[in-house]
Design a binder for this molecule. Structure first.
Ligand SMILES: NC(=O)c1ccc[n+]([C@@H]2O[C@H](COP(=O)([O-])OP(=O)(O)OC[C@H]3O[C@@H](n4cnc5c(N)ncnc54)[C@H](OP(=O)(O)O)[C@@H]3O)[C@@H](O)[C@H]2O)c1
Length: 335
């Protein structure tokens, strides 16, 4: 009989946690035990799939687990992910807590999965930011032409801010239709029929934390410290799946055929070549692969390529990337 694994899931009731459960079910994950965790208010309830009883975090709670998937925010990961690793489990962390730490790998398996193959002991592995992960697909494909600079404008769905944000868009949309007042709680402004040029808090340079994640994490994942990335992130009233408009400047002048051929070779990326055949968040929703469309050369600079990158933030942007990390660990490190 093939080996089965004991898996912990911190944040089992959240949108990322529930997507992880769905992936395990859909892909017949070789599960021996599922140990789900959430806050005190969820204690004793059952998970949406697998019917496992939800626990709260406490000393010794990770004993006997092979891996623990974290999707409960930075503060919980900072404290509990190292404890999972100490207990002998690989901790796959969706938060930002360890992403830029020089001691931790930041992994997109199709891009730098070799880092997983080199691991010999349980540790914390960081899952990148959702809007960063999807950009890694075309950037990695075109890396062979030299990555000089990227300008990114994002159009990010409310699910990126968690389950309460989804409810906020749904309820504001209904209330607006009734013309009654709908006060924002999760977002800084009303999100229904609107868009908000702020994701995360502002830093001293007036960039937001989401923008900084894209700018810094991209360099680390691609191992391209001189690649200049600048981002402007916007929350839009779509329920799920992020879109990004990208201006990517390469070191070399290359033909459109060469760009398309390189993009088509990238695993995890679907490439649309005809101008009218662009993808939208609604169409990409629920798909594992990221898409790239509207691929055209800038009229002002023959080394700059403009494109539209769309990816399901709950799948490749979060749970699927973590699931793929787990699959690769199983293939290489547990067998
Ligand atoms: N949403 C995305 O697209 C996305 C993408 C990439 C990364 N992430 C990251 O993934 C994490 C989760 O995001 P989300 O969108 O799934 O948020 P969410 O829907 O708000 O879920 C948060 C989860 O954390 C749990 N939680 C809260 N306090 C806890 C505690 N003290 N102990 C254990 N669990 C606790 C919640 O449990 P209760 O239900 O009991 O409150 C819930 O299961 C965040 O770090 C986020 O930045 C999210």
């Amino acid at each position: 009989m093939s080996k089965k694994y004991n898996v912990g899931l911190v944040g089992a009731t959240g949108v990322v946690g529930e997507t992880f459960l769905k992936l395990m079910k859909e892909n017949n994950f070789p599960l021996s035990e599922l140990r789900p965790f959430a806050s005190e208010k969820s204690k004793g309830k059952k998970t949406s799939l697998f019917d496992a009883e939800i626990q709260v975090l406490q000393d010794g709670c990770f004993d006997g687990l092979d891996m623990v998937f974290f999707s409960s925010g930075d503060e919980i990961s900072k404290v509990w992910a190292p404890k999972a690793a100490q207990a002998g489990a690989y901790a796959i962390d969706n938060s930002a807590a360890f992403r830029m730490s020089p001691d931790h790998a930041l992994v997109v398996p199709e891009v730098n999965g070799h880092l997983l193959d080199e691991m010999t002991s349980a540790q914390v592995i960081a899952n990148p930011n959702c809007s960063t992960i999807q950009l890694m697909m075309p950037f990695n494909a075109l890396k062979k032409f030299g990555l000089k600079k990227a300008m990114v404008a994002s159009y990010q769905a409310v699910s990126g801010a968690g389950k309460e944000a989804i409810e906020e868009l749904k309820s504001q949309t209904t209330k607006k239709a009734d013309t009654s007042e709908a006060k924002p709680k999760v977002f800084t402004r009303e999100i229904a029929y609107n868009c908000i040029p702020q994701i995360g808090g502002f830093n001293s340079d007036d960039f937001t934390s989401e923008e900084f994640k894209i700018m810094n994490e991209s360099k680390k994942i691609l191992a391209e410290p001189d690649f200049l990335v600048s981002a402007f992130t916007v929350r839009v009233p779509s329920l799920n799946t992020h879109a990004e408009a990208v201006w990517l400047t390469l070191d070399q002048e290359v033909s459109r055929d060469e760009v398309i051929a390189a993009l088509k070779e990238q695993p995890g990326l679907e490439t649309f070549t005809e101008a009218q055949a662009y993808d939208t968040p609604k169409e990409r929703d629920g798909q594992y692969d990221v898409s790239v469309s509207r691929i055209h050369k800038d009229v002002h600079d023959p080394k700059t390529w403009i494109m539209w990158v769309v990816g399901d933030n709950l799948l490749k942007g979060a749970a699927l990337n973590g699931y793929q990390i787990a699959e690769r660990l199983i293939k290489n490190n547990f067998s």
